[in-house]
Design a protein around this ligand. Structure first.
Ligand code: IDP
Ligand code: MG
Length: 135
């Protein structure tokens, strides 16, 4: 397995609830290393670009409102198989389906407030890291 980098977002619901430290601890506990970090007040343009794949979905407006509602902590995390490891650590998209032990399974209740974003493939990671950190 290759060393990878992935984009993690600690989203506004997590920041508002004071969960940034708890969430970061879980990623660091798995051995992922913080390579870069930025506290971002996401504007509409960045939100729409980041979530472009969901532009036609019925929940897109709600999703953009959510991610622009407060500060987001953006992280570039690095490690062996970082993309899949981070997704497993985060858990299923809908907190109702997320396994106990995962971030969403332990700390989230219902969508869209599922606390964290993680890149879902090497192609997404490359695109998203460029978008949030300029490559
Ligand atoms: P992911 O974050 O697990 O990759 P995606 O399917 O890429 O999940 O969806 C992006 C985000 O959009 C989710 O994390 C969640 O915040 C929100 N979302 C997804 N599906 C719904 C929905 O059906 N209703 C409301 N929000 C949703
Ligand atoms: Mg996604």
């Amino acid at each position: 397995m290759a060393v990878e980098r992935t984009l993690i977002l600690i989203k506004p619901d997590a920041m508002a609830r004071g969960l940034a430290g708890e969430i970061l601890r879980r990623f660091e506990g798995r051995g992922l290393v913080i390579q870069d970090a930025r506290l971002v007040r996401v504007d509409r343009a960045l939100a729409e670009e980041h979530y472009a794949e969901h532009a036609e979905k019925p929940f897109f407006g709600e999703l953009v409102s959510f991610i622009t509602s407060g500060p987001t902590l953006a992280l570039a995390l690095e490690g062996e198989g970082a993309i899949a490891i981070a997704r497993a650590t985060i858990g299923a998209t809908d907190p109702a389906d997320a396994a106990p032990g995962s971030i969403r399974g332990d700390l989230a209740l219902a969508m869209p407030d599922n606390l964290v974003h993680g890149s879902d493939s090497p192609e997404s990671a490359e695109r998203e890291l460029t978008l949030w950190f300029g490559g």
